[in-house]
Write a protein that binds this ligand. Structure first.
Ligand code: DMJ
Length: 579
């Protein structure tokens, strides 16, 4: 680490274990997402887990030994009683859903593009969706995801034993692509099979963005009551995650017992900024559609906690301890662990019909600090967003971080006086850098992370960062840049990605992620991620559609590209019909 990599420091130097911990957290997240990992790292990871579990068991045993049997019994009873009381309190206000008047959605009827070449491209993307969907239906129907090579179901621990992630994630894409028959099939499956009464631990964040978001979006597009009912039912099930001393939710929740905990790799038992910071949009809509303020109260409390805390250099660390309500390790990222927190600040303001001024201020303050401390230019002039480790910069940008180009551009209009053009250009620069990260590979698809050090620019140098798991973030940024500038290069770049997906990820049994985008031959990871249908294909389809399909003035995309309408300021509450 050189002197110039030292950003203005507080006292926050990374602890001695910082690098190992980063590696562990990275591995854990990749494993959760089903990405390929190297066996050595997995072994090391396993050993670390065993050691950690062992130490925890010893600690707990020691504490228990110091207690009398009746004290232990009392503790267990108290804990059980508390969870039961909290659950009762959260469920109490739900005596069935009030009837509501469905507001017909704006901009969902799509016209065929006038230009024949664009029409053809759009039709091709719809064909890709059909290929992904039909194979999922044929080989993995009702399971979470498809294994396109081995032609079976893939299950990720992120959803516990909730089933049908691909079905719920794909609903709105099927709707906007006018795949009516498939949408009806998916709806029937939801009606008959989608079940949240499962005794398993789920990721609150993932279940929220994919399932709650997918169901809300399907409701707002189609008006089918079943989706509203299921979304609210699931929302209620997630409420016990907020039963922590600070109200900052746990990352993991057992849906049956209502007991939560955090990822074992997260700094000192912390919750993760990108996880608890990515509930706001869906929870505001849950309150709107149920007529019950409890969901909104939970997420507004997160904001209250955040606003009371001192921010190192104005930045938001990725870790926050839900018991103490204090920051954990001072690591900051606009990629994994931080990303969608910033996205949801901007979108909370937009979704409130620009009335949530607190969210707007938090967004622009955060972006300003990010620009000062994290955004850098490479020697050949590529703008990138580095990671901040307690004041030290790691000159690495994740594929996940590429969403930020679209975010900067989307927020540009509202920027402080004289800054609108600057943020639009910043969005364009990030789009260019991410395009370079695709263009510098053999497969023309971007790696999981790319670096700007050791003489390289926008290239992955570590083996475990060379994979591509059908992620959407670069297409997301192209979509916003296209809508906001109409510069034809974004359609050109999007089409390059379509060709690359067809050449390298398409297989007989669907679409697969790749283990190494620099290799001359495909090495498949054998997973068709549900976000490929929810996001990647949806953003591509929109790039080749006219702007009046899902106009940005009326719709907000959640972090999984699910659609939430802007809540008009003159009508804050849901229209509840008198029975
Ligand atoms: C998606 O589930 C969401 O976009 C999330 O916010 C980040 N990771 C994946 C896609 O890469």
């Amino acid at each position: 680490i050189t002197q110039c990599e030292l950003a203005p420091l507080g006292d926050h130097k990374p602890g001695p274990g910082a690098r190992a911990e980063d590696a562990a957290e990275g591995r854990a997240r990749r494993r959760e997402e089903g990405a390929p990992g190297d066996p050595e790292a997995a072994l090391e990871d396993n050993l670390a887990r065993i050691r950690e579990n062992h130490e925890r068991a010893l600690r707990e045993a020691k504490e228990t030994l110091q207690k009398l049997p009746e004290e232990i019994q009392r503790d267990i009873l108290l804990e059980k009683k508390k969870v039961a009381q909290d659950q009762l309190r959260d469920k109490a206000p739900f005596r069935g859903l009030p009837p509501v008047d469905f507001v017909p959605p704006i901009g969902v009827e799509s016209r065929e593009p006038a230009d024949a070449a664009i029409r053809e491209k759009r039709a091709k993307i719809k064909e890709m969706m059909k290929h992904a969907w039909n194979n999922y239906k044929g080989y993995a129907w009702g399971l979470n995801e498809l294994k396109p090579i081995s032609k079976g179901g893939h299950s990720s621990s992120l959803f516990g034993n909730i089933k049908g992630a691909t079905i719920v994630d794909a609903l709105d894409t099927l709707f906007i692509m006018e795949m009516k028959h498939e949408f009806e099939e998916a709806k029937s499956w939801v009606e008959e099979n989608l079940d949240f009464n499962v005794n398993a631990e789920i990721s609150v964040f993932e279940v929220n963005i994919r399932f709650v978001g997918g169901l809300l979006s399907a409701y707002y597009l189609s008006g089918e009551e079943i989706f509203r009912k299921k979304a609210v039912e699931l929302g209620v099930k997630l409420l016990p995650a907020f039963h922590t001393p600070s109200g900052i939710p746990w990352a993991l929740l057992n849906m049956k017992s209502g007991i939560g905990r955090n990822w074992p790799w997260a700094s000192g038992g912390s919750s993760i900024l990108a996880e608890f910071g990515t509930l706001h949009l869906e929870f505001m809509h849950l309150s709107h559609l149920s007529g019950n303020p409890i969901f909104a109260e939970k997420v507004m409390n997160i904001r209250t906690v955040l606003n009371k805390l001192e921010k190192p250099q104005g930045l938001y660390p990725n870790y926050l301890n839900p018991s103490s309500g204090q920051w954990g390790q001072h690591h900051v990222s606009v990629g994994g662990l931080g990303d969608s927190f910033y996205e949801y600040l901007l979108k909370a303001w937009l979704m409130s019909d620009k009335t949530d001024l607190e969210a707007k201020k938090m967004y622009f303050d955060a972006v300003q600090a990010i620009e000062t401390h994290l955004i850098r230019k490479s020697s050949s002039g590529l703008t990138y967003i580095a990671e901040w480790k307690g004041g030290l910069l790691e000159h690495k940008m994740g594929h996940l971080t590429c969403f930020a180009g679209g975010m900067f551009a989307l927020g540009a209009d509202a920027a402080p006086e004289g800054m609108a053009q600057h943020y639009l250009e910043l969005g364009a620069e990030i789009a260019r850098t991410c395009h370079e990260s695709y263009n510098r590979t053999f497969m023309k698809l971007g790696p999981e992370a790319f670096r700007f050090d050791g003489g390289v620019e926008a290239i992955a140098t570590r083996q475990n960062e060379k994979y591509y798991i059908l992620r959407p973030e670069v297409m997301e940024t192209y979509m916003y840049m296209w809508r906001l500038t109409h510069d034809p290069k974004y359609r050109k770049w999007a089409w390059e990605a379509v060709e690359a997906l067809e050449n390298h990820c398409r297989v007989n049994g669907g679409y697969s992620g790749l283990r190494d985008v620099y290799l001359l031959h495909e090495s498949y990871d054998d997973v068709q991620q549900s976000f490929f249908l929810a996001e990647t294909l949806k953003y591509l389809y929109l790039i080749f559609s006219d702007d009046d399909l899902l106009p940005l003035e009326h719709w907000i995309f959640n972090s999984e590209a699910h659609l939430l309408p802007i809540l008009p300021k003159d009508k804050k509450e849901v229209e509840i019909r008198e029975e």
